[in-house]
Ligand binder design. Structure first.
Ligand SMILES: *[C@@H]1O[C@H](CO)[C@@H](O)[C@H](O)[C@H]1NC(C)=O
Ligand SMILES: *[C@@H]1O[C@H](CO)[C@@H](O)[C@H](O)[C@H]1NC(C)=O
Ligand SMILES: *[C@@H]1O[C@H](CO)[C@@H](O)[C@H](O)[C@H]1NC(C)=O
Ligand SMILES: *[C@@H]1O[C@H](CO)[C@@H](O)[C@H](O)[C@H]1NC(C)=O
Ligand SMILES: *[C@@H]1O[C@H](CO)[C@@H](O)[C@H](O)[C@H]1NC(C)=O
Ligand SMILES: *[C@@H]1O[C@H](CO)[C@@H](O)[C@H](O)[C@H]1NC(C)=O
Ligand SMILES: *[C@@H]1O[C@H](CO)[C@@H](O)[C@H](O)[C@H]1NC(C)=O
Ligand SMILES: *[C@@H]1O[C@H](CO)[C@@H](O)[C@H](O)[C@H]1NC(C)=O
Ligand SMILES: *[C@@H]1O[C@H](CO)[C@@H](O)[C@H](O)[C@H]1NC(C)=O
Ligand SMILES: *[C@@H]1O[C@H](CO)[C@@H](O)[C@H](O)[C@H]1NC(C)=O
Ligand SMILES: *[C@@H]1O[C@H](CO)[C@@H](O)[C@H](O)[C@H]1NC(C)=O
Ligand SMILES: *[C@@H]1O[C@H](CO)[C@@H](O)[C@H](O)[C@H]1NC(C)=O
Length: 655
């Protein structure tokens, strides 16, 4: 692949893009993608003309001016869907339409909704997809009795981490297509075709060996082009490239698509869709453990940065790859674009997977000459840096010198957002500046031996708010893992933070109420959705069954699973309204009080040890799919558990 080093303005490229034309003509299919606006036309970053006001970093004191601006439209755009959603919730004695209309002049009183999708590889993508499908009013059946359709349209933020980030990324790279559209893909497209692992590459007509060889050739060439442009590449470049073939519906997984192009895409930039955010952790060079007090970074369509008080800054995403120093690009330095390649950003948030996806290539049925080539390629990168994404030059170089732990580093190393155990992207959504009222926290973590969640991710975020790095950010009290299991808090959706007086100690009184958390744990309803994090391929039937299961998790089986589920849509409506009602001194309707009595964690603990392991029974009943589910968990399950334990103990992790 020969990449031309060309200086083109982003706008002209976007206009010249032929894909936009293709797409309009095939409106019912998965619509293609963000924008292929990398100035090189390929994977490599390239120089662009500096804008008249040269790009600078900004302090994290507030949300970005772009976000503030966008929010004005987005918050307004959520009102009608929210009215529709709340009317469907049918809260007795409560006129949702009148309530929202009474308060719409003052948006702080109108519910501000966030959705957070956890990590956990393909399991998290598929279970999260079931939730997103259920929340999306465009999906058939989502607004039936006890459906939660319309929640997505009412949301301001949609955050993803690692496997959850693949889902969020795939939705935005493909023009906010629905989950069924992404799942069903298009003839000839490799979108969501998980039956062929990313080590083999997509199925094309012709001889499979050649397909796999030329696939790796293309991956290799793309990463080489980045090196040729003067950048260091890391294992995450290969990982992100291969991942893209399944997640971005464009030729070769869209090497020229950038994450920042979302900000220029219709649908997002006119605030018809929620704001997508991906999360990654910062790691100090040479360090192996990712402690709970590591810096948490976010990617949003405008910026990369962190609200944490040490780095406390954001860089314009589009200009990543330029030599920023002390928050600016010096006069003699060029402006670069295209570093924020879409797959690279998704790969960064999920970089833990490098270890299995790339290192385990010899276990796949792939011709040796290919595995040899890939292995020798990986050898150069070095095993020690298996899970890192290299951001070099470090955009925070000499920025906030007194407190920034990376101030003198030329390289910023980012790792999988779940490595600090905060496996749900809650950090961006609990920032006081964003004033989110309720977070739907979809947890597909593999905490227990059989890959179900036990609240570890929630606890990590709760624990972190007690540390100085959290800068006074508040979070509801969350109990221990035994309590989650013994009281079934991980077996059905549970609300945390219902009591507006009980938060993290040491928080600043001036900070607003933290959001109510609607915790939605992965649970088996109609299939064993607890597939191993390290299973890297899924037959279509298995994929569909897990998405369906996720839909059932989100809707409590459409309210068919007993007393707790009968008024599920009403209770979700009440959860959306709870903080708003507190702010406006509105008497909580009796039906809502009943929901809170049923679904809120009551503050009581049950710390008895789990004897005989956690063995949940399916809520509805396992429906056979043509592919056998489960039974393929590799040793990596144990390894993950071990790594989590080591990370939690604060010891140095050496792999
Ligand atoms: C994206 O989706 C919207 C809504 O379905 C559609 O109107 C628009 O044409 C699509 N955009 C592209 C570039 O295909
Ligand atoms: C719930 O409703 C959805 C959409 O209609 C359907 O696909 C699903 O099978 C239903 N689940 C149950 C358990 O009935
Ligand atoms: C993180 O915590 C460890 C010990 O718990 C401490 O040694 C270290 O200084 C902390 N780092 C930051 C940036 O707060
Ligand atoms: C967070 O930290 C920054 C910088 O350390 C400080 O300026 C800011 O006021 C803090 N914000 C909150 C909400 O405490
Ligand atoms: C940034 O600076 C380094 C040396 O400090 C140089 O090698 C590199 O080419 C520069 N990058 C760009 C994009 O100008
Ligand atoms: C590699 O994959 C196989 C089967 O997919 C699995 O059993 C094994 O544990 C993995 N080993 C390593 C080192 O990744
Ligand atoms: C590449 O990495 C090396 C070693 O970390 C560093 O010295 C060099 O400046 C980096 N190059 C670029 C272009 O960032
Ligand atoms: C909960 O999950 C963590 C890993 O996240 C694990 O170390 C711990 O043993 C689990 N505890 C129980 C009771 O399941
Ligand atoms: C899923 O959970 C069930 C019930 O505990 C267990 O029998 C099965 O082995 C688990 N599957 C995997 C892949 O861990
Ligand atoms: C808007 O609503 C919030 C919450 O109810 C309240 O604190 C604030 O004073 C209101 N602002 C105006 C201008 O009415
Ligand atoms: C709600 O009540 C509190 C205290 O009773 C009062 O300070 C606040 O102004 C009231 N807010 C509204 C929006 O009425
Ligand atoms: C907050 O909740 C925890 C857990 O239930 C409890 O131990 C604590 O006493 C509560 N604090 C207050 C102020 O209610």
């Amino acid at each position: 692949m020969h990449l031309q080093f060309s200086i083109l303005t982003l706008a002209s490229l976007a206009l010249a893009s032929p894909s936009l034309v293709d797409v309009a003509a095939e409106a019912d299919h998965v619509i293609k993608r963000a924008l292929p606006d990398s100035p090189s036309g390929g994977y490599a970053p390239a120089e662009v003309k500096c804008p008249s006001t040269r790009p600078t970093l900004r302090s994290a004191q507030k949300v970005s001016p772009q976000e503030a601006d966008w929010l004005k439209t987005r918050r307004g755009n959520t009102i009608q869907p929210m009215i529709d959603f709340l009317r469907g919730a049918n809260i007795p004695g409560f006129d949702a339409q009148a309530y929202i209309n009474n308060h719409r002049q003052n948006l702080t009183a109108v519910p501000n909704v966030g959705i957070a999708l956890s990590g956990g590889g393909y399991r998290a993508l598929m279970n999260g997809a079931g939730f997103v499908a259920a929340a999306d009013s465009r999906v058939a059946g989502s607004t039936d009795k006890n459906g939660i359709g319309g929640l997505l349209q009412s949301a301001t933020y949609l955050a993803g981490l690692s496997g959850g980030g693949w889902l969020v990324g795939s939705i935005y790279a493909n023009n906010f297509s629905t989950v069924p559209q992404l799942r069903d893909g298009e003839k000839g497209s490799s979108l969501w075709q998980f039956s062929r692992s990313i080590l083999k590459g997509p199925k094309e007509s012709g001889i499979s060996i050649l397909n796999t060889a030329s696939y790796w050739d293309d991956v290799h060439d793309a990463v080489d082009a980045k090196r040729d442009a003067g950048y260091n590449a890391s294992i995450t470049d290969y990982w992100g490239r291969t991942l893209s073939y399944q997640l971005i519906n464009a030729k070769d997984g869209g090497p020229s698509y950038t994450f920042s192009s979302i900000s220029r895409s219709p649908g997002f930039n006119d605030a018809k869709q929620p704001l997508p955010i991906l999360v990654a952790d910062g790691r100090f060079p040479g360090e192996k453990a990712v402690a709970l007090n590591s810096t948490v970074y976010e990617f949003n369509p405008w910026e990369l940065g962190t609200f944490d008080p040490n780095v406390f800054g954001f860089v314009p995403l589009q200009y990543l790859g330029s030599n920023f120093s002390n928050g600016a690009i010096p006069k003699d330095e060029k402006c670069m674009s295209g570093f924020d390649q879409f797959g690279y950003v998704m790969g960064t948030s999920s970089s833990l997977f490098n270890q299995i996806a790339m290192r385990n290539i010899s276990s796949e049925k792939i011709p040796t000459f290919i595995t040899n080539a890939v292995e020798s390629l990986l050898e150069k990168i070095g095993k020690a840096n298996d899970d890192i994404a290299v951001y070099s030059p470090n955009p925070f170089y000499k920025y906030n010198e007194k407190t920034n732990p990376n101030t003198n580093e030329k390289t910023l190393t980012l790792v999988d957002g779940g490595e600090d155990l905060q496996n749900m992207p809650l950090h961006p959504l609990i920032q006081p500046e964003r004033a989110v009222d309720v977070i739907f926290a979809v947890d597909s973590s593999a905490d227990t031996e059989n890959s179900f969640p036990n609240g570890t991710a929630l606890r990590a975020t709760y624990d972190r708010t007690a540390q100085p790095i959290s800068n006074g950010t508040r979070f509801p009290v969350v109990p221990d893992a035994e309590t989650f299991i013994n009281k079934g808090l991980n077996q059905r959706p549970t609300f945390f933070g219902c009591d507006p007086k009980n938060y993290t100690t040491g928080s600043k009184a001036s900070n607003p109420l933290p959001p109510l958390i609607v915790y939605v744990p992965n649970m088996a309803y109609t299939t064993w959705s607890n597939v191993s994090t390290y299973t890297m391929s899924y037959e279509d039937a298995e994929r569909n069954a897990i998405i369906q299961n996720g839909f059932n998790v989100a809707t409590m089986g459409n309210g068919t699973t007993g007393e707790m589920s009968t008024n599920w849509r009403t209770c979700i409506g009440c959860a959306v309204l709870q903080r708003s009602m507190l702010k406006t001194n509105t008497t909580i309707p009796a039906a809502c009080q009943k929901c809170f009595d049923t679904h809120c964690w009551d503050g009581k603990t049950d710390t008895r040890p789990i004897t005989g392991g956690y063995q949940p029974k399916p809520v509805i009943g396992i429906q056979e799919t043509s592919a056998a589910v489960g039974g393929r968990a590799g040793d990596f399950n144990k390894m993950l558990a071990l790594m989590s334990a080591i990370a939690a103990s604060g010891l140095v992790l050496v792999i």
